[in-house]
Ligand binder design. Structure first.
Ligand code: SF4
Ligand code: SF4
Ligand code: SF4
Length: 316
């Protein structure tokens, strides 16, 4: 990890000092254990702020959208894929971004650690290769890292960024054997009525805070339909019908574009299983259109294009 961190700093310094980019977007240490925060470096003397570790979970592609300057972005597999989707969707020109690809062994899910520790607060944490050492008042524990990774990372097929300009470090082996859609099989075994009941139950916990929208690099609309008042598409309450509309429309908006970065599930304060719905849409897109988001800069997401010979009347 330390080597990767140094290599990221070296690449970032070279890009900035050679004026290939105006800004580097990476991670810096957070104020709490097991946290990092996005970091924006535009001076070589600030390069040492950049860190790399298993808490670098924010999807940095979110911070590229709308920028006019040339940026270098530290990108795990899922970040690079979302950068690719945003380039295809013309959110910034390809030449404005230098993708600093970093191999990724997964990021830690702090919620899993909180579940394990209950009321005990982590005051210090060190992540080593396969272990997370946590300390707090009156306790000290060594946790196996593999049990505390984000669910998305357990079956991720693109731990190495598929698209990059500079690659830092050595490529890591991809996970080939895991079934990436295993988590939707229980949903699929249900009848349509049971699925509807399941979603009603899950989404009734939603408080409409929109953290899942705000954290998602794909939710870049200047005016989201949920905030519109003229026309108002639906109510602002957390009445279940309104909440369901939000989630159904958002699922359609990200269908075929979502890369399962896990950011929305991590951000949800109500622990709603958003991944299940997103993963199901991803599976449908793969089966029906053979489409996988963010692995190429050529193919537009299936719901983002049309052909004149499409059979639906509204196309004509
Ligand atoms: S989804 Fe893949 S690339 Fe993204 S953090 Fe997890 S393992 Fe890394
Ligand atoms: S919908 Fe969630 S998992 Fe998918 S790209 Fe957006 S934040 Fe990531
Ligand atoms: S983050 Fe969770 S609670 Fe907030 S709007 Fe999204 S699903 Fe609802």
């Amino acid at each position: 990890m330390e080597n990767l961190e140094n290599s990221i700093r070296e690449v970032a310094e070279k890009l900035l000092s050679e004026k290939k980019v105006d800004l580097i977007i990476g991670y810096e240490r957070g104020t709490l254990p097991l946290r990092t925060t996005p970091c924006f470096v535009d001076k070589v003397e600030d390069i040492q702020k950049l860190v790399w570790n298993a808490s670098c979970d924010a999807n940095l592609s979110k911070y590229v959208v709308g920028r006019k300057e040339k940026v270098g972005v530290v990108a795990k597999g899922c970040d690079a894929r979302l950068i690719a989707v945003c380039i295809i969707e013309k959110q910034f020109p390809r030449e404005n971004v230098v993708i600093i690809g970093v191999p990724c062994l997964g990021v830690i899910d702090r919620k899993k650690i909180e579940m394990e520790l209950g009321d005990r607060e982590v005051l210090e944490a060190i992540v080593e290769d396969e272990q997370i050492k946590v300390k707090g008042e009156g306790f000290e524990l060594v946790l196996p890292k593999k049990d505390f990774l984000c669910d998305s990372c357990l079956t991720c097929k693109h731990r190495n960024p598929p698209i990059y300009d500079v690659f830092v470090g050595e490529k890591v082996p991809e996970i080939t054997e895991a079934n990436e859609f295993a988590d939707v099989s229980s949903l699929e075994s249900k009848s349509a009525e049971e699925r509807w009941e399941h979603f009603k139950e899950e989404l009734s916990k939603c408080i409409r805070c929109y953290a899942c929208r705000n954290v998602c690099p794909l939710c870049y609309c200047k005016m989201c339909f949920v905030d519109q008042t003229m026309p108002a598409w639906f109510g602002k309450t957390n009445d279940l019908a309104d909440t369901m509309i939000y989630h159904i429309v958002r699922a359609f908006h990200v269908a075929g574009r979502c890369v399962d970065c896990g950011a929305c599930s991590r951000a949800c304060p109500m622990d709603i299983n958003l991944r299940e719905l997103m993963k199901k849409t991803e599976k449908i897109m793969k089966e029906r259109y053979g489409y996988e988001a963010g692995v190429s800069l050529e193919k537009v997401p299936p719901l983002g294009e049309f052909k004149m010979e499409d059979p639906q009347e509204f196309i004509k």
